[in-house]
Design a protein around this ligand. Structure first.
Ligand code: ZN
Ligand code: ZN
Length: 439
C-alpha cells in the first residue's frame, strides 16, 4: 500500500501542469488511496481476520481417517444399537487427551474441547448408525455383519469428525471458546437421535452448529452449499377407507372401498397442483396400496400409504389438512368412513445465513474458490434439523463420487461406495470453520 501511495502521488506531482490544476489529481488519488485502505481493512475484518493457525492433517491423521472409517464400515450397527461404535468413538476420543467426554444418551458421545480463552461455543456433529441392508460391494473392508451396512456414509462422517477432533485437540491452548464434538446415534430411524441429544442439553450455550453429509453422486472436491431450507420436511400418512364388503355381483349391497380409494388417490394430486402455490415445493406420492383377496369379493377396507415432502411449515400443515378434508369428504359422500394417521418425520434442515456464510468462506479458503456449488433444497429428510431448530447452523454436502465410477450407486443401496478422498475435504471443512470462529 505504501508503494501505491508514493507512486501515484509522485506521478501526479511530476510534469509541467500548472500547480493549481495538479492539486485535483492529488486529492483524487488520495481519495482513492483512502478508499483502498478502507476496503483492505473491511476485507480483513470480513475474510482475513482469522488468525492462521497450523491446522493441517498430517499423513498420520490421514491414515487414522482411513483406518477408522474402514473399521467402522466393517462393523456397522443399526440405529439406537450403536454400542460398539460409540465405545470405539469414546475410547478414540479419550486417547487424544484434553477432551471432556460424556454420554448424552446410551449410544451417543459428546466431547468438549474448552479453549484457553473465552469465545464462541461451536458444535460439530457426525451421525454413526448403519442401515438394515445386505452389503453387495466387493470392498476388502465390507460389512462383517449379516444384513447391516453403512450404506449412507455415516462411517465416513464419524471418521471425519474423529480426525478433526484429533487435530483440534492438539491446539487447545490457541482456542478462544469451545468446540463440542457431537457423535450422534440413530439418524436413520424415527424419532431420530438428534432430537434426543438436543433434549439431553448438548446444544445448551452453543452459538453455531455444523454438520455434513458425504454425497456419492457429487464429484470429489465439490461441496454443495444451500442457503435457507436444505432438506425437506419428510412426513407420511396412512388412510384406511372403511366400506362394506360383499359379492362382486351385487355392488349395490356393498360400500365399495376400492372405488372410493381410487377417487381419493386421483384427487390427492390436486392438493399439490390446485391447492398449493406453484412457487412452493410439495411432493405427495402414494407408495402403498392394499385391498382385497379374491377377484369375486368386494373387500371391507382399502389401505393407502403416502409420503409427503415439503420445505415450509405452513405448506406442510395446509397440505395435511387439505388431504384429510378430501378423505373425509369423499368417504362421507360415498357412505363410508375412514381412519387418517399422520406420522411426522424430520423437519426441514434450515441453513441460517450467517452460519452458512462462515461455512462457505471456510470451504473456499481450504478447498479452493470453485469448490462451492450453490444449490437448492434436497427433498430428502435429515434429522440434523433438530439442531438447526434450536441453534443457528449449517449442513453441507461433501462430494465423494468415485472418479472411475460412471454410475455410482445412490445412498441406501447395497452397492453404495464413496471416494475416500472426499473424507479429507470433510476434515478440512470442520477445520476451516473452527479457524473462522474460535481461533
Ligand atoms: Zn441415510
Ligand atoms: Zn445419511
Amino acid at each position: 500500500m505504501d508503494v501505491i501511495l508514493s507512486v501515484k502521488i509522485g506521478k501526479n506531482l511530476g510534469g509541467n501542469a500548472p500547480r493549481l490544476l495538479s492539486l485535483e489529481p492529488i486529492f483524487f488519488n488520495l481519495y482513492n488511496v483512502i478508499i483502498h485502505l478502507y476496503k483492505v481493512k473491511e476485507m480483513r475484518r470480513g475474510h482475513m481476520e482469522t488468525k492462521h493457525v497450523e491446522l493441517e492433517a498430517t499423513d498420520l491423521h490421514k491414515q487414522h481417517l482411513i483406518n477408522w472409517r474402514r473399521h467402522l464400515h466393517a462393523n456397522p450397527e443399526l440405529s439406537f444399537q450403536e454400542e460398539q461404535t460409540s465405545q470405539f468413538v469414546y475410547d478414540t476420543l479419550a486417547s487424544f487427551g484434553s477432551l471432556e467426554l460424556s454420554r448424552p444418551t446410551k449410544t451417543s458421545v459428546m466431547a468438549k474441547l474448552k479453549g484457553a480463552k473465552p469465545g464462541k461455543v461451536i458444535a460439530f456433529r457426525a451421525d454413526m448408525d448403519a442401515l438394515p441392508i445386505q452389503e453387495e460391494t466387493d470392498l476388502p473392508f465390507a460389512s462383517t455383519v449379516e444384513g447391516v451396512m453403512h450404506a449412507c456414509g455415516h462411517d465416513a462422517h464419524t471418521a471425519i469428525l474423529l480426525t478433526a477432533a484429533e487435530i483440534l485437540s492438539a491446539k487447545q491452548a490457541e482456542i478462544n471458546g469451545e468446540i463440542r464434538f457431537l457423535f450422534q446415534h440413530a439418524e436413520e430411524l424415527l424419532p431420530g437421535g438428534a432430537k434426543e441429544m438436543v433434549e439431553a442439553g448438548v446444544t445448551d450455550g452453543v452459538d453455531m452448529v455444523y454438520g455434513l453429509h458425504v454425497a456419492s453422486q457429487l464429484p470429489s472436491g465439490k461441496v454443495g452449499v444451500i442457503y435457507g431450507p436444505a432438506t425437506s420436511n419428510s412426513d407420511q400418512f396412512h388412510v384406511t377407507v372403511k366400506g362394506k364388503g360383499g359379492h362382486s355381483s351385487q355392488p349395490d349391497k356393498t360400500v365399495d372401498p376400492i372405488v372410493i380409494g381410487a377417487q381419493i388417490i386421483s384427487n390427492m394430486q390436486s392438493v399439490v397442483s390446485r391447492m398449493t402455490s406453484p412457487n412452493e415445493e410439495l411432493v405427495v406420492s402414494i407408495t402403498t396400496l392394499h385391498a382385497g383377496e379374491a377377484v369375486n369379493v368386494i373387500p371391507n377396507e382399502v389401505q393407502i400409504g403416502a409420503s409427503m415432502r415439503s420445505l415450509k411449515q405452513d405448506v406442510r400443515n395446509n397440505a395435511i389438512q387439505a388431504i384429510e378434508r378430501m378423505v373425509k369428504g369423499i368417504t362421507e359422500a360415498n357412505g363410508a368412513s375412514y381412519d387418517f394417521k399422520v406420522i411426522y418425520g424430520y423437519d426441514s434442515v434450515y441453513n441460517e445465513e450467517a452460519a452458512t456464510a462462515v461455512a462457505e468462506r471456510a470451504i473456499q479458503r481450504r478447498l479452493g474458490e470453485d469448490a462451492v456449488l450453490r444449490g437448492s433444497a434436497i427433498m430428502g429428510g435429515e434429522d440434523f434439523s433438530a439442531f438447526t431448530n434450536t441453534v443457528a447452523g449449517c449442513f453441507v454436502f461433501v462430494g465423494a463420487k468415485e472418479a472411475d465410477n460412471p454410475t455410482p450407486a445412490p445412498h441406501h443401496h447395497p452397492h453404495f461406495r464413496i471416494d475416500e478422498a472426499g473424507m479429507e475435504d470433510g476434515v478440512n471443512i470442520f477445520l476451516g470453520i473452527a479457524e473462522e470462529l474460535v481461533f
